[in-house]
Design a protein around this ligand. Structure first.
Ligand code: PNS
Length: 176
């Protein structure tokens, strides 16, 4: 890697916003909206090879994301397997976008950012502070609260809430 390659700004800055998005929350959506104003193209990329048992499969998560990001012309949705930096390079992306909600996110994010930089020094991780309105929201908590009958309106986009109710009644019918 020579110095010129590292210092030259690409004419179009393409950023990848990676994650599990199971499901997308209003915190994610806020970051997407702000990211769309910072980068020429923003690709929201769903991790495929996750060990966690997801509530929604990758195809459903892709649909849910597309439903909410279609209003941003420079935002698209994709999914990936394997190394994030390889996925980013395949799209000529030079930025990985991540949100930080609280100091507890920092250690994990720092480790990932440093590992990704070691793997591909030309790709920079950019952190954005979560909007304070959404800084307590996580997909995990949304699922937990919803599963226990709590109100999740305002935490996820309305279309996602509808899907969660549909998923709930489907699994109830299966169990009946
Ligand atoms: O929404 P999440 O679960 O916090 O997102 C985590 C994600 C998808 C960003 C992370 O698990 C990831 O990048 N996985 C891809 C595998 C990889 O590249 N690992 C090495 C770099 S740390």
């Amino acid at each position: 890697m020579n110095l010129t390659q590292l210092s030259r700004k690409p004419p179009n800055v393409i950023a990848i916003y990676p994650g599990s998005f199971d499901p997308i929350t209003n915190g994610h959506l806020d970051l997407i909206q702000r990211g769309s104003r910072m980068f020429d193209r923003l690709i929201v990329s769903i991790l495929r090879n996750d060990n966690k048992q997801p509530l929604f499969d990758v195809e459903e998560r892709t649909e849910m994301l597309r439903e909410v990001v279609h209003v941003y012309p420079n935002v698209e949705v994709d999914s990936f397997d394997g190394l994030l930096v390889d996925h980013a390079a395949a799209h000529s992306a030079t930025v990985l976008l991540r949100g930080i909600r609280a100091i507890s996110d920092y250690e994990y994010e720092l480790q990932m950012a440093l590992m990704n930089r070691r793997l591909r020094p030309t790709i920079e991780t950019v952190f954005m502070m979560a909007n304070e309105t959404y800084s307590f929201i996580s997909s995990r908590l949304v699922k937990e609260v919803f599963g226990l009958g709590g109100n999740i309106s305002g935490l996820v986009p309305p279309s996602v809430e509808v899907r969660m109710h549909q998923r709930m009644s489907k699994s109830k019918n299966k169990g009946a």
